[in-house]
Write a protein that binds this ligand. Structure first.
Ligand SMILES: N[C@@H](CCC(=O)N[C@@H](CS)C(=O)NCC(=O)O)C(=O)O
Length: 215
């Protein structure tokens, strides 16, 4: 990849970087090889808290997309939407305005009500970063996940193969990135939800998933 490529600072396993990595892999599988070099920042060694990374993102989080002019995007959804806008040929977004709105709506539900709490659950149950376990917090999060998981399960009663319909969407990447984080600690919070379990198995068979997901 050329020196002029954009750079995605990421770390495998972490959900928000994985969301973007899955998105890039989905675009590649669909024929768009986005010019984004992926560079690991080793969070286990605390590299994300060092001046070099804080200069990219003062909050020290990943992912960060560095543009060709040296500017940085520091929010995973903004990064994905930027790549959608910048490389629109074969973008994942729906052409139809209402379908696009529903797809975005679901992505927000998945991210805010499911993926973020799942990430907090992992850190409360068995943090890969070594945070102290907090079983009470983990149990409360598990309880709070039931309604949004039911919502997702019911939305799939129409037989859609992927979370928002026939086509892969950002929501699929977001949800699968969260589930990988749970699998890493051998946790399973999907419960008795056959639509979601079938989707999980189906999504993990995709080329992008096989490339990116390690757990
Ligand atoms: N809202 C941000 C959240 C980014 C975030 O919290 N990333 C995590 C990894 S999934 C991280 O860098 N954690 C390390 C830390 O906060 O020190 C996004 O969507 O990109």
């Amino acid at each position: 990849m050329s020196d002029l490529a954009m750079k995605l600072y990421m770390v495998p396993l972490a959900p928000n970087p994985t969301k973007v990595m899955l998105y890039i892999a989905e675009r590649a599988a669909a024929g768009a090889d986005l010019p984004v070099e992926q560079i690991v920042v080793n969070t286990l060694k605390g590299r994300h808290r060092e001046p070099e990374h804080l200069a990219r993102n003062p909050f020290g989080t990943l992912p960060v997309l560095e543009l060709e002019d040296g500017a940085h995007l520091i929010e995973s959804l903004a990064i994905v939407e930027y790549l959608e806008d910048r490389f629109p040929g074969g973008a994942l977004r729906e052409a139809d305005v209402e379908r696009r709105a529903r797809s975005r709506d679901l992505e927000r539900v998945v991210d805010l009500r499911i993926a973020m709490p799942m990430s907090n659950y992992v850190h409360a149950a068995k943090s890969p970063l070594g945070l102290p376990p907090d079983p009470v917090k983990a149990a409360a999060i598990e309880e709070s996940l039931q309604a949004p998981l039911d919502y997702l399960e019911t939305s799939m009663d129409d037989g859609r193969p992927l979370l928002t319909g026939e086509r892969v969407a950002i929501a699929d990447c977001t949800m699968q990135a969260a589930l990988q984080f749970l699998r890493f600690i051998e946790a399973d919070l999907l419960g008795d939800r056959p639509n979601l379990r079938a989707w999980d198995a189906r999504y993990r068979e995709r080329q992008a998933a096989r490339q990116v997901l390690k757990w």
